[in-house]
Design a protein around this ligand. Structure first.
Ligand code: ATP
Ligand code: MG
Length: 277
């Protein structure tokens, strides 16, 4: 859905009042994060807007993963505010952020490697399983209904991601590209309001990247997920993102549509000009 309603957000009015711009689902305000003397994030402000695919790019060590870790409560910023659906939740812990509807994948796959694809996806639905322990043990009424509902949802995801053939395979034995796909499935199983993807295409060949791009686009366009993703492959980022934020040495140096970012001299200098890609 690239280039749909995206506009430059560097100096415009707040997104909620700006014409055709979608409202902010998540707002980061002046986030500062440091480790000892090292500043990982330097007064970073950005919005993730409902329904968009936001790309977060920047050279190695720019602070991209740190930003996701701040968003999902793994790191606590020293300064700044985080709003989710307008509510301040700056100091939420990871389980609280997850309970609010934020799911993520990791730069290095974060699955249960000894478990099958199916069980990993079912694990992604654990927040939906609230039935009484005794009923579950006896496998009666509500427990059975819940179990059936979880399995149905997981089956939909298996179909969506076209991973029927590996449903009973322990994920640790799968090629890396498929592990990344299962990890996306586990995040989707949580039916999040916001999906955070840390380098979903890393280590993939061209065909696997094309597949993954399609699944991410479909998750956005067909299933309606709001997505923020970190990715080093410029072709992919420019192709699938509505807007892009660029970090360099912990600071946001640009924000805009793929075309604006492509032609931004600061970005070219800081990132596209390097021979990283
Ligand atoms: N837990 C930590 N302790 C100390 N320093 C950290 C920690 N996490 C990140 N950093 C530092 O913060 C800076 C930003 O790291 P981060 O992992 O966010 O970068 P990145 O943009 O994701 O890079 P890459 O593209 O290589 O994944 C780096 O200098 C990194 O060494
Ligand atoms: Mg990273």
């Amino acid at each position: 859905m690239a280039n749909s309603t995206a506009t430059t957000a560097q100096s415009g009015p707040p997104s909620s009042v700006a014409g055709n711009v979608k409202p902010a689902l998540m707002q980061l305000e002046e986030i500062e994060l440091s480790f000892g003397g090292l500043t990982a994030l330097n007064r970073v402000s950005l919005d993730i807007r409902s329904g968009e695919i936001l790309g977060i790019i920047g050279p190695n060590g720019a602070g991209k993963t740190s930003l996701l870790n701040v968003i999902n409560g793994v790191y606590r910023p020293q300064k700044g505010r985080i709003l989710f659906q307008g509510q301040d939740r700056t100091n939420y812990r990871p389980h609280q952020v997850a309970a609010q509807g934020v799911a993520r994948t990791f730069q290095n796959v974060g699955l249960f490697k000894g478990m099958t694809t199916l069980d990993n996806l079912l694990a992604g639905r654990k927040s939906f399983i609230h039935t009484n322990f005794f009923l579950q043990a006896l496998y009666w009424g509500p427990a059975l209904k819940t179990e059936v509902a979880q399995r149905e949802k997981v089956e939909q995801i298996i179909d969506f991601l076209e991973i029927q053939a590996i449903r009973n395979t322990p994920v640790g034995t799968l090629p890396y590209g498929l592990q990344k796909r299962v990890e996306l499935g586990r995040a989707l199983a949580a039916e999040p309001k916001l999906l955070l993807l840390d380098e979903p295409m890393a280590g993939m060949n061209l065909e696997e990247k094309e597949d993954m791009s399609r699944f991410i686009l479909d998750a956005n366009e067909e299933l309606g997920y709001t997505i923020a993703l970190i990715e080093h492959d410029m072709g992919v980022v420019m192709d699938i993102c509505d807007r892009i934020v660029v970090l360099d040495y912990g600071s946001k140096i640009a924000e805009g549509t793929p075309d604006e970012i492509r032609n931004n001299p600061d970005v070219i200098r800081a990132y596209l000009g390097t021979d990283e890609n």
